[in-house]
Design a binder for this molecule. Structure first.
Ligand code: SAM
Length: 305
């Protein structure tokens, strides 16, 4: 691993997934391969890992970092939404553990030309997958004021969404990340724990990458892919994603999902998961001190029944 790369909740992930020799694992968000190398090391001598990422730079770095594991690491530039197909290609029917470490990587945040950070000047891009057509630029400069306001409100949970949308539309064309951050700060001058642009940038990133849809469609696929007693571990960085994971685990660990006022069950639903973490696991103060990006991380783990 590069010395500056610190996978979030690393020990907690290894502890949750309990990698074992002969096991099969999927890391759907490979990044630089930090968690993946931990899983491969802990599943010696013959555990295998399928690692996916949509970002070609991440794939290149992960290939280098996971080279010592040779053919035990199967690396593909693909979305985790395709994990079932990817497994089938390897001839795998089931896996023992799945990791999703959602959101952008340090490498992406620290590359100004990717446009993820308002701290550096860069283009309004924000694509995890640079081959996809939709960029933040298109949303910021072409969407209607009402569409922008709705997006910033829903995906940024930003109360000043309308004011921010109006200011953006008036300032068009908006050329880069710093200019956008300045417009947002001026339209929403508040003193919270985050700089004002955080939520608008989050909203744009979620929309550009269809992040919530991706998580929503992948959770059932992941649960289906797990072998008996296999575990899935999901690290989220904001409440919208965390809610999706929490609600999915809750629903799939219940035998009946009929409304509580209904006296007799008619849903025919059966639990397929057991929640291992009733409350999410959070990074320690020490980890947050060493890596401030870990501060909003939440890990939820479930086990296949
Ligand atoms: C927080 S980073 C993961 C870091 C990684 N756990 C490590 O140890 O280096 C998240 C990664 O997920 C990738 N990603 C985002 N959406 C994806 C998707 N739909 N399919 C696959 N990878 C995705 C991003 O490109 C990014 O590299």
């Amino acid at each position: 691993m590069p010395p500056d790369h610190q996978p979030v909740l690393y020990q907690e992930i290894i502890h949750a997934l309990r990698p074992k020799s002969g096991g099969r694992y999927i890391d759907g968000t490979l990044g630089a391969g930090g968690h993946a190398s931990g899983i491969l090391a802990a599943s010696q001598p013959d555990g295998q890992l399928l690692g996916l990422d949509v970002d070609p730079q991440a794939i290149e770095l992960a290939r280098r970092n996971l080279a010592p594991f040779g053919e035990r690491a199967h690396i593909n530039r693909s979305s985790y939404t395709t994990m079932a197909t990817q497994m089938a290609t390897l001839g795998w029917n089931a896996v023992d553990g799945i990791l999703l470490d959602l959101g952008a990587s340090s490498m992406q945040f620290d590359s100004p030309q990717r446009g993820f950070s308002y701290l550096a000047e860069g283009p309004l891009d924000m694509r995890f997958d640079p081959s996809k057509p939709l960029t933040a630029d298109e949303i910021v400069n072409l969407w209607t004021e009402a569409e922008l306001a709705e997006l910033i409100y829903r995906f940024g949970e930003e109360r000043a969404a309308r004011r921010i949308a109006r200011a953006i539309v008036r300032a068009r064309p908006v050329k880069g990340t710093r200019e956008l951050a300045a417009i947002v700060s001026k339209a929403s001058p508040r003193h919270g724990s985050h700089p004002p642009a955080t939520q608008t940038f989050q909203a744009l990133r979620i929309a550009v990458n269809s992040e919530l849809e991706a998580v929503e469609t992948t959770l059932p696929q992941a649960a289906k892919a797990l072998d008996r007693h296999g575990r899935m571990a999901v690290i989220t960085f904001h409440s919208l994603e965390d809610r999706l994971v929490k609600e999915y685990y809750r629903r799939e660990s219940r035998d009946c999902i009929c409304p509580p006022e209904q006296p007799v069950c008619t849903c025919g639903h059966h639990a397929i998961l057991k929640e291992i973490t009733r409350r999410p696991i959070r990074p320690t103060d020490r980890e947050i001190e060493q890596n401030s990006r870990a501060r909003s991380a939440k890990l939820r783990v479930a086990e296949k029944l």
